[in-house]
Ligand binder design. Structure first.
Ligand code: 13P
Length: 243
C-alpha cells in the first residue's frame, strides 16, 4: 500500500489562505506517484479544499467530529456533514483534543464507533505525555488508549488508521527516533486482534527527518502538523526518498 502523508493544519489557514496553500502544493506535487496524500484543514476550509483537489488524487479529512449524527448539540459537527463535503477521513483523539479539550477514552470510543458506522476512515491518535514517558508508562498508556478506544469494535480495528503521536514530540521540534517509533508501532500492532492496520507516526515530522523515518518498514506514513502549513516543506515530505 502507498505510504500515507497526512497534513493536519490544526486551527490554521482561513478559506482564502487554504485555497492558496493547496493550489501551490498541487503544483509542487503534480509529478508525485505512489503516495496517499491527505489534507486535514479546519472545518471552515473543507469546501474550498475539496473544490481545489477535485481533479487530483489528494484526499480530504477532518480534524474531529461528534458521535451523534444530528440534533441539539450546538457547536458540534456531524460525520455525515463531513462525508457530504467529500471527507473520507476523520482524525479522532488527537492529543490536543484529549489534553486541551478534555476528550476521554470513552468519548473517543463513541466517535470511533460512529465513524465506522457511517463509513469515514478514522485516524485514531494515541501517545504518551513527557511525564508518562519519563515514568516508563508509554506502553501502559497506549494499551489503555487502545483498549478503551476500541471497546466493542476490536474486530473492526483493521478499518482504522492508527497514529502514534507522542505528546512530547508534537510542536516541540523533538522527534522520536526511528527506533522509538518502531518499538511503539510494534507494540500497537501486537495489541490489535487483526494485525493489518496502517500505523502512522506524528510529532515534529519535517523535511530533515522524513527520509530516516520512512526508511523503517514499520512506519507506514506520517501525520504532519507545522510542516504541512508551507507548500514547499510539505511537498518535500511527500517526496521523501529512502534510498
Ligand atoms: P507537529 O508536526 O507540528 O509536531 O504536529 C504533529 C501533530 O500533532 C499532527 O497531528
Amino acid at each position: 500500500m502507498d505510504p500515507i502523508i497526512a497534513g493536519n493544519w490544526k486551527m490554521n489557514k482561513d478559506p482564502a489562505e487554504s485555497r492558496s496553500l493547496v493550489q501551490n502544493l498541487l503544483e509542487l506535487i503534480s509529478d508525485v506517484k505512489n503516495r496517499k496524500v491527505i489534507l486535514i484543514p479546519p472545518f471552515t476550509s473543507l469546501p474550498i479544499v475539496a473544490e481545489v483537489i477535485r481533479n487530483s488524487n489528494v484526499k480530504l479529512g477532518a480534524q474531529n467530529m461528534y458521535w451523534e449524527r444530528s440534533g441539539a448539540y450546538t457547536g458540534e459537527i456531524s460525520g455525515l456533514f463531513l462525508k457530504s463535503l467529500g471527507c473520507e477521513y476523520v482524525v479522532i483523539g488527537h492529543s490536543e483534543r484529549r489534553h486541551i479539550m478534555g476528550e476521554t477514552d470513552e468519548m473517543l470510543n463513541k466517535k470511533l464507533k460512529t465513524a465506522l458506522e457511517i463509513g469515514l476512515i478514522a485516524i485514531f491518535c494515541v501517545g504518551e505525555t513527557e511525564k508518562e514517558k519519563e515514568q516508563g508508562m508509554t506502553e501502559q498508556v497506549i494499551s489503555r488508549q487502545l483498549k478503551q478506544g476500541l471497546k466493542d469494535i476490536e474486530n473492526e480495528a483493521h478499518k482504522i488508521v492508527f497514529a502514534y503521536e507522542p505528546v512530547w514530540a508534537i510542536g516541540t521540534g523533538k522527534t522520536a527516533t526511528p527506533q522509538q517509533v518502531v518499538d511503539v508501532h510494534k507494540f500497537i500492532r501486537a495489541q490489535l486482534i487483526k494485525k493489518k492496520s496502517t500505523i502512522l507516526y506524528g510529532g515534529s515530522v519535517k523535511p530533515e527527518n522524513i527520509d530516516t523515518l520512512m526508511h523503517e518498514q514499520e512506519i507506514e506514513g506520517v501525520l504532519v502538523g507545522g510542516a504541512s502549513l508551507k507548500p514547499e516543506s510539505f511537498a518535500r515530505i511527500i517526496k521523501f526518498s529512502i534510498t
